[in-house]
Design a binder for this molecule. Structure first.
Ligand code: WT7
Length: 651
């Protein structure tokens, strides 16, 4: 099946923005011939500038690139105010609660609510341009209002996913030196209330830069209120004026930070700036999802991840679309929930992760056929490779073999899609991200920039700067340069390396082969092995630890930890093992959150290390997979350790 090519639906192509591969190649050529002209024209066309930019791309301080210098704008105006002339009564956000509650928020209403929120932050809590505001929120419309309110004031938001623990939240608050936290008491999941505010309370214990906490009361459960620090949004919002002048922002003023894992060290605060980010968010919404004025678009991500930023809030609103926000989970009350929502809202574009597709396939193979989901036109996937069986089910059962599947490849750092099919143009190869979008120069190369021959795996690089690229690692320029521009050069110049491997076939299709570093992809979420290892090392019994990814049927990868203990466990091993595994996972939940829990923890007498002390994770990956070890192990300090570990894992 993987060799089969699926042509775009001709009826869809007729009205698509990019209708054919000829259209696509014309745009690619335009960008190649005049890179700055290409981007400059789109920036003029798509962004409502308060003052025009004077320079498209400034490379003089590479790899700190700047785009659209001299331009002034406000991203909240790009997403809201400019639509009030012709779309004020169009629904901007459809909210569906876990229990099925529905709320329709028009662009006018959105304007009203964001302005009030901005005034609350500004007048009551002194939030101003450049301040960092941490948002720790469930999937409720107030999360989007909070983001846009920050953008309106020029404050830099940093959303922390609600699944992260108090420790992880504390680290991110500290690193960004946030002054305000916006949170909720909690929300609902699978019919039951769950809590967030107590996590914030723990995160703020001891010394903290946070002065004020704004609490949206969603589930109205009992919470502790710290006097002088915690304030109820619900009680204060009515008194705020609904007019808040938008701050005049430079193109390169920061819009937000989003922490993500790298292969080493603590999470990095990926910084995105204003104009370039919003331009590409909007353009990719238009090209890749081809959302039309009367369409309803649904991305199932959480606002805590980059997908939620770009493709639930900023992209859809910048283009004036109707975007769905869903509080619940796709399998509650049953595996038909998503298809029921597709029917009810007549959803036209549906965007989710392969993990969700695998779960929905497994739990409800026939569920799609129970609903009228004929409104669907484009299906999207993101975050990890999609395997052919999941792809086939998605294409046939969900898309009735008439919807394009856009397998979008990108990263927190890229801000928006980099490699993706275009639904009206690209002949699709299943489980393949296909081609770089026009204006994006993606190459598969060696470390010295030499293109890899057809069919050979190499470093996936974006070799020219693009508008929505990461601008910095918050507070750490050196780490920015080292992490992204430290591995590959082309013609002597450092180029952006994604961390992923890829290969290109004879027709130019790009297939992502997975991370080339020690990053693990669990359910489409990035986990750094170093981060999990650091958490495990907090246990006083642990001497050494190495963490790797192991292929997992539903999650893509699961986390597999090899641990050596300071004192060996008792001879009556089994119960000790179980207790110790539990203890270690409890630490992980505390330090990082449930998403980092290890499916396997094994206690081994030692780790495979080179004579210079480097842990050979490749060997550990093979053992976790149950593969024969084919690597040369003679260079290990103690080659016999490999057999010992294999015996323990295979026991
Ligand atoms: C990493 C980025 C992009 C938003 C969600 C994840 C992997 C992403 C694909 C895809 C194969 C993919 C890469 C990438 N990835 N999309 N379509 N096919 N792999 O964002 O947490 O920044 O992770 O996800 O390994 O580097 P993220």
């Amino acid at each position: 099946m993987s060799e089969q090519i699926f042509q775009p639906n001709p009826k869809f192509a007729e009205t698509a923005r990019i209708k054919s591969m000829d259209d696509y190649y014309a745009l690619v050529k335009k960008a190649e011939e005049n890179y700055e002209g290409f981007w400059g024209d789109y920036a003029k066309e798509k962004i409502t500038w308060k003052e025009p930019f004077t320079k498209v791309l400034n490379e003089s301080n590479a790899p700190f690139y700047s785009w659209f210098e001299g331009g002034k704008l406000n991203v909240s105006e790009q997403c809201i105010d400019r639509h009030l002339d012709d779309k004020k009564n169009k629904v901007a956000i459809i909210f569906e609660g876990d229990n099925g509650d529905k709320e329709m928020i028009t662009y006018l209403e959105l304007h009203y609510r964001v302005n009030k929120f901005a005034n609350l932050l500004k007048n009551e809590f002194g939030v101003k341009k450049g301040d960092r505001v941490v948002i720790y929120m469930p999937m409720i419309p107030e999360a989007a209002f909070a983001m846009l309110a920050c953008a309106r004031l020029g404050a830099i938001h940093s959303i922390v996913f609600g699944g992260f623990s108090a420790e992880a939240l504390r680290d991110r608050i500290q690193d960004a030196q946030a002054k305000v936290v916006i949170t909720a008491d909690g929300a609902y999941r699978k019919g039951k209330p769950y809590m967030l505010k107590p996590v914030v309370d723990t995160a703020l214990e001891g010394e903290t830069p946070v002065e004020k906490v704004v609490v949206v009361q969603r589930n109205k459960e009992d919470i502790t209120w710290v006097s002088g620090r915690d304030y109820s949004y619900n009680e204060m919002i009515d008194a705020q004026s609904s007019k808040c002048e938008a701050e005049v922002m430079d193109s390169e003023d920061p819009l937000f930070l989003l922490y993500t894992s790298g292969s080493t060290g603590a999470p990095k605060g990926v910084q995105h700036n204003s104009a370039g980010y919003i331009l590409w968010a909007q353009m990719t919404m238009e090209w890749v999802f081809d959302v039309k004025p009367n369409d309803t678009y649904w991305c199932t991500a959480d606002v805590g991840w980059i997908t939620g930023h770009t493709y639930i809030v900023y992209g859809p609103l910048a283009m004036g679309a109707t975007t769905v926000m869903f509080e619940g989970v796709p399998t509650y009350p049953d595996a038909g929930r998503c298809w029921k929502m597709v029917e009810e809202y007549k959803i036209n574009q549906f965007y989710t992760a392969p993990t969700a597709i695998r779960v929905l396939h497994k739990m409800g193979e026939d569920e799609p056929s129970k609903y009228d989901i004929s409104s669907l036109k484009v299906l999207g996937t993101v975050g990890e490779p999609i395997d052919p069986p999941a792809w086939k089910w998605y294409y046939e059962q969900v898309g009735s073999s008439k919807c394009a599947i856009v397998d979008t490849y990108w990263q927190t750092e890229t801000g928006g899609h980099m490699i993706s099919p275009l639904p009206g143009a690209t002949p699709i190869k299943p489980a393949c991200a296909t081609f770089a979008l026009p204006g994006i120069i993606a190459e598969v190369v060696d470390v010295d920039g030499t293109p890899k021959p057809i069919g050979e795996k190499g470093h996936l690089c974006i070799t020219k700067p693009w508008p929505s690229m990461i601008r910095n690692v918050w507070g750490d320029k050196e780490r920015y340069v080292k992490s992204y521009f430290g591995d590959v050069t082309k013609e002597g110049k450092a180029v952006y390396f994604t961390g992923d491997g890829a290969m290109i076939d004879e027709k130019g299709y790009i297939t992502i082969t997975g991370r080339m570093d020690d990053v693990i992809n669990v359910s489409g979420h990035r986990m750094g092995s170093a981060e999990v290892e650091a958490a495990l090392k907090k246990d006083s019994n642990v001497a050494e630890v190495a963490v790797v990814g192991k292929p997992h049927e539903l999650k893509g990868e699961s986390i597999f930890a090899y641990v050596t203990l300071k004192t060996a466990l008792d001879e009556t091993r089994f119960e000790d093992d179980v207790a110790m595994v539990k203890e270690l996972n409890t630490i992980i939940k505390k330090e990082i959150g449930n998403i980092a829990v290890c499916d396997n923890i094994v206690f081994v007498p030692g780790l495979p290390k080179t004579r210079s002390g480097k842990i050979m994770r490749r060997i550990l990956r093979s053992i976790a997979k149950g593969e024969e070890i084919t690597q040369d192990i003679s260079t290990l300090e103690d080659p016999s350790i490999v057999k010992q570990i294999e015996a323990i894992v295979n026991a």
